[in-house]
Design a protein around this ligand. Structure first.
Ligand code: IMP
Length: 178
């Protein structure tokens, strides 16, 4: 990484936080069976670790969303690029998201999913950037709060890059127009 890269959370810190979230989720759901809904693409790394930290029966599904806007800012216009095949009616759905920034993407998704009548719907988000909130989205299981920086790594990209970085950090000076 270049000189403008700064670490926020190491792999060890991430692992410990996820282990704790997994225990919390297991305790809350007791022995119920979960439908884990992974929001692509950014959440796949977090989801891969989180599901292995949850000792419950589960079904894992994926949904693809595209938020319109420039490379960094969400406009609030969201398109489903890959939908869930499995019906969600009566399921205990746990949405797994990488980061809640403005909240617009999650607000859209949660409204859309609630029309499918799940028995319950909760949100696990690895990161929360409260400085940029436009709509409040309740995060039931939160990994870490992050400052108002464009964060990368552990699944999060900038212009398609850095998803494979094993830890979470940010670029300062930031990429264009943030
Ligand atoms: P929101 O609709 O503004 O909450 O943005 C949600 C989506 O924007 C996330 O799921 C990410 O894919 C992306 N995003 C927002 N902030 C960042 C960031 O700091 N780094 C990488 N992706 C981000």
């Amino acid at each position: 990484m270049g000189p403008n890269y700064h670490t926020l959370f190491s792999r060890t810190e991430i692992d410990a936080r996820i282990a704790s979230l997994g225990r919390e989720i297991r305790a809350d759901y007791h022995d119920r069976s979960l439908t884990v809904l992974v929001v692509l693409k950014g959440s796949f790394v977090f989801a891969a670790d989180l599901i292995r930290a949850i000792d419950l029966p589960m079904n894992v599904e994926f949904i693809g969303l595209r938020s319109y806007g420039d490379r960094i800012n969400t406009s609030g216009v969201v398109e489903i690029t890959l939908d869930v095949k499995h019906p969600l009616a009566g399921e205990d759905v746990l949405i797994v998201e990488d980061i809640v920034d403005t909240g617009l993407t999650l607000e859209y998704l949660m409204k859309n999913l609630s029309t499918r009548n799940p028995a319950s719907m909760k949100l696990a988000a690895l990161l929360h950037k409260p400085a940029r909130t436009k709509v409040h989205v309740p995060i039931d299981y939160k990994g870490f709060q992050v400052p108002d920086k464009f964060v990368i790594g552990y699944g999060l990209d900038f212009a398609g890059k850095y998803r494979n970085l094993p830890e979470i950090g940010y670029l300062d000076p930031p990429p264009l127009d943030h």
